[in-house]
Design a protein. Sequence first.
Length: 337
Amino acid sequence: GLTDRSENSPGAPVARPSGETRHTREHTTLPHKPCSVEPDSPSNCVAANNRVRGLSTSGTTRPYARCRRSVPHGRGIAKHVALVRPAVDAIIVFVAPWLSAHNRSRLIGQGVPFVVPGKQLYIPALAMDLRERFRTPKPRRAVGLSPAAQAVLFHRLLRLDETATTPSLVATQLHYSAMSISRAFDELVGAGLAHTERHGRERHIRFQAEGRQLFDTSHDLLRSPVRTEKFIRNIHAAPQLKHAGESALSELTNLSSPPLPAFAVAAIDWKTVAQTCELVETNRDQASHIVETWSYDPAALSTARTVDPLSLYAQFHDHRDERVSMAAERLLDGMPW
């Protein structure tokens, strides 16, 4: 349990959750004191999502980052903390109104200090680990959504055709069989993302949420659509294919362009496209282009010259290069949720 004091009323504590203990109430407070960082510091990129303040423990003030918007995912939190740490030369504590069991486990595994007021407090550098109101984690699927189920989900989130709610209509637009889309409906229902209704002989899918809430709920089930990368020499039919990979990411964000342009094609169509366009595979050093083969048809989810932003996000959000993963996060800012 923590005392979270309002920024406008320094002395007024916010109401505490009922499960808070006397020990944590008496020994830990969170007075809001501004904590400055250098103007040129890379930590300034965190300011749009977090409020950097001071944490008072045993008479010592330590910086903490309090989430302004929706809580980022575990790896994103760790990256933000890593950006702020060099600028303030102190222990950084991430504060959020809630954290999923998955994110808590990741933060503890990465040694990132965090506080959820009234529920959990984890600051290993101060030998503080008070977790008195953990909920029992719900069993989670070990694998993500199937390609067909992810395509159906993205079709909805991208608002390509909100009237297409039956397997036959969705199948036509996503270039699947109606049977495959019906199984995808079953999978989305099993994941708790949707339910289905019958009207006469037709089965209709209804999602449990919309927009950003639906995306956040499904986030941990997303998978990269890319199966393989083909290195191509002297491609001639590029206009027929969607721009993909870091090429598309650089077009949609301020990421610099990669040395090799990339395009995407459905894996099932690769051989036909390669023969029709006379694509010749080679090694990376001799390649002039990259063609990604996707587990679903990239053209079905995008009318633009690039692949759709949600598939790009699923591909790059956990990329080892921080510049690429942060560019992927920026894709979500332009979504018409």
